[in-house]
Design a protein around this ligand. Structure first.
Ligand SMILES: C[C@@](CO)(OP(=O)(O)O)[C@H](O)COP(=O)(O)OP(=O)(O)OC[C@H]1O[C@@H](n2ccc(N)nc2=O)[C@H](O)[C@@H]1O
Ligand SMILES: Nc1ncnc2c1ncn2[C@@H]1O[C@H](COP(=O)(O)OP(=O)(O)O)[C@@H](O)[C@H]1O
Length: 283
């Protein structure tokens, strides 16, 4: 009963992201392709019989009760009525505010992992619905498959994408998602496309509508783009700050990463169609 369970919380990339409108509540309507990469935080979950939720590792700048894993655990407790609690530990590798979805992924791993540990047997679709209350990106991490997403990112269709090697660069600053969405210059009227077109269109259709305002407002990001674009076509993930480029082989990705490392934190990661979280749980 008290055995700890260690599970991965992977990063995601938005291979493309178009903004096609805005809801009455201010949230933006997106069309995006989500893909996981094999770059992960690790969460260790240990069940407790006293019903308490304790996070025993610090995430810098985030208070205990605001941490998305604590919020996810409490939400699942209330929703299910379980008398059980958990001790939670996060080993962070993913940069915060990097557009890699680390916080959302941590929350999803807490929901899926505690559902398993507490033996609640809730279906993924129910966990995804709960997760949406914590962030627009949580559902895709709960479902654990590459996806075409519409709405605010919650209407998901499973897809298979190519799985290249990525060089991911963090330009050393974090970008606040709300500030990008509040920017008056943001492109909000891209013409909606069908999923089939997005998948068939490939690279030419694959742009990120946040890129122009992010480059304009954050010169270090524009600088990193300028550098990476000399090596391979580059794109922003989510609202940034990270950018990525695709490579056919690990060697070519590594060669570029070695050069980039002189200036910025850089990772080489493989694209995945199934989340390592699901692989770890044998889904
Ligand atoms: C746009 C994406 C693409 O993956 O960017 P990243 O955060 O990953 O960079 C995500 O959907 C972000 O999801 P997430 O980071 O969970 O955002 P949330 O916490 O739900 O929203 C933060 C704030 O961003 C704005 N927001 C977010 C999502 C959306 N579709 N429209 C918005 O206008 C809202 O002002 C909201 O209050
Ligand atoms: N466990 C967590 N890990 C990362 N960020 C968290 C966590 N819990 C709450 N947050 C908050 O969520 C914000 C967004 O984090 P993150 O998901 O890493 O960025 P992004 O959505 O840009 O990928 C952070 O700046 C932080 O304030």
């Amino acid at each position: 009963m008290n055995a700890p369970l260690t599970l991965p919380a992977p990063a995601k990339l938005n291979r493309m992201l178009h903004i096609v409108g805005r809801r009455d509540d201010g949230y933006h309507l997106l069309q995006t392709l989500f893909q996981f990469i094999d770059l992960c935080d690790q969460l260790t979950l240990t069940p407790r019989s006293d019903g308490e939720i304790h996070l025993i590792s610090e995430v810098s700048g985030v208070s205990h009760d605001d941490n998305l894993v604590v919020r996810a655990a409490r939400l699942l407790q209330t929703h299910s009525g379980t008398p059980l609690g958990a001790t939670l530990k996060i080993e962070k590798q993913l940069p915060m505010g990097g557009g890699l979805g680390g916080g959302s992924s941590n929350a999803a791993t807490a929901l899926v992992g505690l559902n398993h540990l507490w033996q609640l047997n809730l279906p993924l679709v129910e966990l995804a619905r709960l997760g949406l209350r914590l962030g627009a990106d949580v559902p895709v991490f709960v479902h654990g498959h590459s996806a075409w997403a519409e709405g605010v990112g919650e209407q998901l269709t499973k897809v298979m994408l190519d799985t290249p090697w990525f060089v991911v660069i963090h330009p050393g600053i974090s970008v606040s998602t709300p500030s990008v969405f509040q920017d008056p210059q943001l492109t909000r009227d891209s013409r909606p496309i069908t999923m089939a077109r997005a998948l068939k269109g490939g690279a030419p259709e694959w742009r990120n509508d946040c890129e122009a305002v992010v480059k304009e407002r954050y010169p270090p990001i524009a600088e990193a783009f300028h550098w990476l674009a000399q090596h391979a076509p580059s794109r922003l993930t989510g609202t940034g700050a990270c950018l990525f480029a695709t490579f056919e082989t690990q060697q070519t990705a590594q060669a570029t990463a070695q050069l980039a490392e002189q200036y910025w934190p850089t990772w080489v990661a493989r694209g995945l169609n199934t989340s390592p979280l699901h692989a770890a749980l044998g889904f």
